[in-house]
Design a protein around this ligand. Structure first.
Ligand code: FAD
Length: 290
């Protein structure tokens, strides 16, 4: 199933993102988690692609197993980090041979210890180049990409970032998923600017339910997302009570999602961080309301 056909404002789909566990036991647990999530009828799930090493193989293995063993549509993320064109071609062929219909195409972050992105010899510098390559090679994937309502951390200006996004979409993306945000105003403003710039593909909001105080601080530092002042103060007040942090995170994300749905988003993508109970609570609440 091509994800672009599932992104529909009149019947929005919920999707869940996971990272590949490091151990076989972790993989088994994740597959079990997915069985628990299946009754929520996710439109698709996605599995991130690491900076290197064995977890990269696990991404490919996991999406194949998820689709085969749970029947849920699964999408691998793929980055340019450390790969030559030939390696990327082979990885894409493996996905095509495994009958995967969708791939999320990314440039990738610089691996730990590196300050800036280094292009692999014989590889690509921007996600746009990989998207173009896939279209030229005639793979028949539905392609997603990333976008940044508050601007990508490396960009000089949001206008530049939007121009680069337009080029990436024009190279052959079918939909984009946003970086996480905690204030919907950034999303609505971004969608408006994107439409004015001629970007017409579905823009799926990415939501991360807060479940851990330190983690949210680390993430927002890394990706530049703004925590609204009121939410920040509330989190500060309960930071030493883990249950209260989760409750606050779930409540905030639920309110965010309700507003997004009421304004016609084509779907909502949840950054689960492999902690599905929070996402399950939110999606159950959203389903109950429809
Ligand atoms: P690009 O679209 O290539 O953009 C990167 C930067 O280059 C931007 O600042 C852009 O404005 C600029 N740029 C683009 N084109 C040009 C040009 N022609 N000239 C000059 N500047 C240009 N990372 C992982 O490692 N693994 C994952 O699985 C993963 N999944 C993600 C999923 C989502 C939904 C999102 C939002 C992010 C994900 N990331 C992942 C993080 C992502 O890899 C980083 O944010 C990375 O820094 C940028 O990737 P990109 O594909 O957006 O890059």
């Amino acid at each position: 199933m091509k994800i672009r056909n599932r992104l529909n404002p009149s019947n929005p789909c919920f999707s869940f993102e996971f990272f590949p566990p490091k151990t076989d036991e972790g993989v088994a647990n994740l597959l079990k988690t997915l069985e628990d999530l299946a009754p929520l009828e996710p439109g698709f799930v996605s599995v991130t692609y690491g900076a290197g090493g064995s977890t990269r193989d696990r991404t490919l293995e996991l999406v194949t197993r998820i689709k085969a063993e749970t029947g849920i549509e699964a999408m691998a993320h793929l980055t340019c980090v450390g790969h030559t064109r030939q390696e990327l071609r082979e990885l894409l062929q493996r996905l095509a041979d495994a009958k995967m219909d969708n791939v999320l195409i990314l440039r990738g972050d610089p691996p730990q210890g590196q300050k800036s992105f280094v292009t692999a010899e014989g590889g690509f510098t921007y996600a746009t180049e990989l998207v173009r390559f896939i279209r030229e090679e005639d793979f028949n994937f539905c392609l997603g990409g990333a976008c940044y309502p508050e601007g990508h951390v490396e960009t000089a200006s949001r206008d530049d970032d939007l121009r680069h996004l337009k080029a990436k979409v024009d190279a052959g993306l079918d939909f984009v998923v946003t970086q996480l945000f905690f204030d919907n105003a950034f999303y609505f403003d971004f969608v408006e600017r994107a439409r004015r710039a001629g970007i017409n593909v579905p823009i799926v909001p990415g939501i991360m339910p807060i479940t851990n105080f330190e983690q949210v601080q680390r993430f927002t530092r890394m990706c530049g997302a703004t925590v609204p002042m009121r939410l920040g103060l509330q989190l500060e007040r309960v930071k030493d009570q883990p249950d209260a942090v989760v409750q606050l995170g779930v409540a905030h994300a639920t309110v965010q999602c309700m507003e997004l749905l009421s304004r016609g988003v084509p779907g909502i993508h949840f950054y689960t961080l492999n902690k599905s109970p929070a996402t399950r609570m939110i999606v159950s609440a959203l389903r109950a309301r429809t």
